[in-house]
Design a protein around this ligand. Structure first.
Ligand SMILES: *[C@@H]1O[C@H](CO)[C@@H](O)[C@H](O)[C@H]1NC(C)=O
Ligand SMILES: *[C@@H]1O[C@H](CO)[C@@H](O)[C@H](O)[C@H]1NC(C)=O
Ligand SMILES: *[C@@H]1O[C@H](CO)[C@@H](O)[C@H](O)[C@H]1NC(C)=O
Ligand SMILES: *[C@@H]1O[C@H](CO)[C@@H](O)[C@H](O)[C@H]1NC(C)=O
Ligand SMILES: *[C@@H]1O[C@H](CO)[C@@H](O)[C@H](O)[C@H]1NC(C)=O
Ligand SMILES: *[C@@H]1O[C@H](CO)[C@@H](O)[C@H](O)[C@H]1NC(C)=O
Length: 471
């Protein structure tokens, strides 16, 4: 989705992005100019497994990367926070944060989030062993990390600390500034959800808005097709036909939550298209649908099939079987699923009327998935309690925070749970029309819209100004 020019090598930081049911890959890629002499280095720091029980002395090794190539004496510590993915050195070699760090003589770090990548506190991912996978523990890891670097790298003793995150790691950047203001001086949140929420129906509402904006007829085709599929799934013959058209691995199972899962799989394809859209991407997707031959159902099916290539569309049961094993693996979806079931909610249901997928995947299907993956305890009551708890602890949609910048885009379905109110000169929220998930994190570029470019420059200026004021 990013233009591949001959001068830039496209390097994707592969990450399990947090979609319940289906998975998608993000945050946005980092373009590293070929031949850039940059030298990020890997490091480890020993952390407690449980920061909130001093009698528990178990430890583990947290991984991080650092790059001091731009550091100037007295410069800030710039920490890119890891989220639900494996960290990679490219993140400290190029991009908008690299530019900000270098402009200000910063010492760059990229921390890996506990349980992700090689930063494993426990021997496996059994539900019992995931109890230390929480934002509270991850934020405490960061507190110790900052203290450690200030004590161990003499040149950083008095450095101002800037933390930056994208998506879920922007949630952490926000909460780190709120919880540890004596350790974190400035936070920059790119597409950061901050309001935990059980039924995040607004997500697909924004997906619908963006589809309709790109092409209202495309929106209507999806809407009619969905409603026709609902009717077809009422008969055996219809089930057989829809299964064939959508190339499902087994005939569609119309018992819940399997039925919901099928519709969610279709909707998720469009969520991915919208969330990571570059200019023209949604229009191109819509054109593919409208230009296909046949009925509305056939048009939709033909588009969905191209997203699957040679493979077939799997079922709820297969999905549950895939994420039930507790082995540590490179596919980290089980971990993110645990985080939303146990703490954050953000279940992207079909309850909004602004989207074309009917009300075909309701809250129940998500809470059932949590129970199927983590045990009966992890039902709606637990998630509902945890979501409220997270907002009591962190401020929900109206956090008390300063030296804080939030950037969101109208093309990013996450924006409704981001910072939208109670703004003031040290609590800034930029809202970029047409901009997708964390599009503000790349370097200023020719292909930026005017507003995106202005926002990137304003973020840079503000951070530079705050760094100068704090010093
Ligand atoms: C970090 O720790 C891991 C596992 O304990 C070890 O394999 C690796 O060599 C360490 N890396 C560094 C840079 O110390
Ligand atoms: C940090 O501040 C202390 C106290 O002002 C000073 O003695 C020390 O040299 C400073 N360290 C650095 C690396 O600037
Ligand atoms: C199923 O597909 C067959 C072959 O295209 C068609 O003849 C039949 O009418 C379809 N049935 C339904 C219920 O759509
Ligand atoms: C259909 O889905 C239900 C609910 O998920 C499940 O219990 C059942 O085993 C599934 N049937 C088949 C044939 O896979
Ligand atoms: C539109 O559909 C026609 C007929 O199927 C096909 O030949 C053409 O390549 C399609 N156009 C695009 C841009 O995909
Ligand atoms: C997971 O662990 C089980 C039991 O230790 C083992 O049999 C299986 O091969 C492992 N699976 C993977 C994908 O590593």
């Amino acid at each position: 989705m990013t233009t591949l020019s001959s001068f830039f090598l496209l390097l994707c930081i592969i990450a399990a992005e947090g979609q319940i049911f289906r998975r998608r890959y993000g945050p946005p890629p980092v373009d590293v100019p070929i031949g850039r002499a940059s030298s990020p280095v890997w490091g480890n720091i020993t952390q407690r497994v449980d920061h909130f029980n001093p009698a528990d002395k178990r430890t583990w090794s947290m991984r991080y990367i650092y790059n001091d190539e731009c550091f100037k004496s007295g410069g800030p510590i710039v920490i890119i926070l890891g989220g639900e993915w494996t960290i990679a050195i490219e993140g400290l070699m190029a991009g908008g944060v690299y530019d900000i760090a270098c402009e200000n003589g910063g010492y760059m770090f990229n921390t890996e989030h506990r349980y992700y990548g090689k930063s494993q506190p426990m021997s496996d991912w059994a539900t019992e062993n995931l109890r230390y996978l929480s934002t509270d523990q991850a934020l405490a890891d960061l507190a110790y990390f900052i203290k450690y670097q200030k004590e161990n790298v003499k040149a950083l003793q008095n450095s101002t600390v800037l933390v930056i995150g994208s998506s879920y790691s922007a949630t952490l950047a926000t909460w780190a500034r709120i919880k540890y203001p004596h350790l974190v001086d400035i936070a920059y949140s790119s597409s950061g959800p901050i309001n935990a929420k059980l039924d995040f129906y607004e997500y697909y509402g924004v997906v619908g808005d963006n589809l309709a904006l790109a092409s209202s007829s495309c929106f209507e085709v999806i809407k009619s097709a969905t409603s026709e599929i609902e009717t077809l799934l009422e008969t055996e013959e219809g089930i057989a036909n829809v299964s064939r058209l959508f190339k499902t691995c087994q005939p569609i199972n119309v018992t819940e939550p399997s039925r919901s899962f099928f519709f969610n799989t279709i909707a998720d394809t469009f969520a991915g298209l919208v969330q990571y859209a570059g200019p023209g991407d949604i229009e191109r997707g819509c054109f593919q649908i409208e230009n296909a031959t046949g009925s509305n159902v056939e048009k939709l099916a033909s588009y969905i099939r191209t997203q699957y290539g040679d493979s077939c569309m799997d079922s709820y049961n297969t999905y549950v079987d895939e994420y039930t094993p507790t082995n540590i693996t490179t596919d980290m979806s089980r971990l993110w699923l645990y985080q939303i079931c146990a703490e954050l909610g953000w279940f992207q249901t079909s309850a909004s009327e602004r989207q074309p997928f009917g009300n075909t995947f309701a809250l129940d299907s998500f809470t059932q998935l949590c129970k199927d993956l983590f045990g009966e305890k992890y039902g709606e009551e637990l998630t509902s309690f945890s979501v409220k708890r997270a907002n009591i602890f962190n401020g929900g949609d109206a956090p008390e925070i300063s030296q804080y910048i939030s950037v969101q885009g109208s093309g990013d379905p996450w924006y409704p749970v981001g910072l939208l109110k109670n703004l003031h000169p040290t609590k800034l929220a930029f809202f970029v029309q047409g901009s997708s998930h964390s599009a503000d994190l790349s370097s200023v570029s020719e292909s930026d819209s005017t507003q995106l470019r202005q926002t990137k420059l304003a973020v840079r200026e503000t951070i530079t100004k705050w760094l100068a004021e704090i010093k």
